[in-house]
Write a protein that binds this ligand. Sequence first.
Ligand code: C2O
Ligand code: CU
Ligand code: CU
Length: 530
Amino acid sequence: MMHIDYKRRQFLQYATLGTIAASLPGLAWAESPTVNATPNEAFKADVEIALTAQTADVPILSGAHTHVFKYYGKLIKGPQTTLKELPGYLGPILNFQQGQKVRIIFYNQLPEPCITHWHGMHMPQVMDGHPMYEIRRGERYVYEFEVKNPAGTNWYHSHTHELTAPQVYQGLAGLITISDEAEQKLDLPNGEYDMPLVIQDRSFTNGNQLRYVLNMHQRMRGFLGDTILVNGQENSIFPVKTKAYRLRILNGSNSRIYKLGWDDGTPMIAIGTDGGLLAKPETFPYIMLAPAERVELWVDFSGRKLGSDLTLQSLSYQGAGHMGGGMGRGGMGMMGGGSGQDGVLTIARFRITEQVSDSPKLPVELVPMHRLTHQDISNPGRTVPIAIGMRHMAFQLNGRTFEMQDYMENEKIPLNTVQKIKIFHEGGMMGRGMRGGRGGMGMMMSLPHPIHLHGQQFQILARTQASPSREYDSVKDGFINSGWKDTVLVMPGEEVEIIKPFKDYAGLFLYHCHNLEHEDMGMMRNFYVS
Ligand code: C2O
Ligand code: CU
Ligand code: CU
């Protein structure tokens, strides 16, 4: 069913094996099944979980079950609330507390290699799920880490070399929540009033099986499905009470970008981003949510009529619209259709089914947040570049395609520093400037890319758009630039400056486009922190 080029993978693996592994002892390939296969007795775990990736047949649509890849969890040690199962194909929600020591024994029972990454979490290289650690069927990988992140919403997913997109697509993902003391003091809505919302787009065959086809267009732009799933189910209607809720929203899609809004125009109130809670709640007309990004919303259903609905939608917006029409004549006309969204998509309905008398009040302040500024940068003379570019019909970063353990001089980061990083489109503001210009390249460059950095969360210093445009105007009020982030959407013609600490852990840490089709085509690199 899936179209996967194993030969190419193997060739790449063996080609790299001799040259680089030898020069980096300790970073041995997962080809040796001994890497982290046994628990470290000295690590006293508060929480221990067996997590197995396997094939399964689960109900997603009405009728026939769907064949998927799925994470199954079993709690071996720790609070009963640690694992929460969801119906459908997503893995269990992992509920952690800051400071917990966690051991996860990951078993691969899939008919292909796999490795799991804890997206958003700060941990050592060998625990981070770098694709070099992939294990084969029947093998296991032992993760042991302390939860360092503050309260917030993270997630886990497969990070297998050149197979991340199809594996996540088939179900290998799950949510992680972290709580801490500062959050507990806030008395935010909890229990049934704390709702996860994992948004994904999928396509199905008539027999209810997942369809994942990459033609040239899909390969360049990323896969887009025609069915919206929330928490692995379609047509979601959530019964709610007339009270405030905390919604933890993850865009778990391969490449679809959502412009989230309420159908009746109610403003969106954000209380958290990728890396945790904001300093104070912020209000937006709509919120852009790119793949891998999270947003936590406060929504208060008080005062709404029994039986009425409030609907979460993805509103229409314009992508790089000029990728369409005019390109039809050239060979790259297949890129047409732009990267925006025509019309409105329904994501989930919240139906008022019960009236209750009181509701918590939205806090004025949430958690203290140290705003990083230029003063915090360790070596003010240096800006670490992340240049988005394209060669040979593939997107690249800093002029290179991913190679397992490769890094360049400008990808070396001194340990325990804070760096300024500039993410930009190679060739200046080419994305915009080449409108109708020299042909296909500029057009293809004009895609939005959600750029994700492993390791510690960063902050956004500045966003600069080359020139005003209708496309940018249709999205620009939906960016949350104040919170901790691990993924930032970089629009065509846009430059984003971020500031990021690289503390505690030395080694190779990935940065990549979280459009998973782009990632699998090699739009990924390593930072070497030492
Ligand atoms: Cu969500 Cu490198 O990963
Ligand atoms: Cu990550
Ligand atoms: Cu991309």
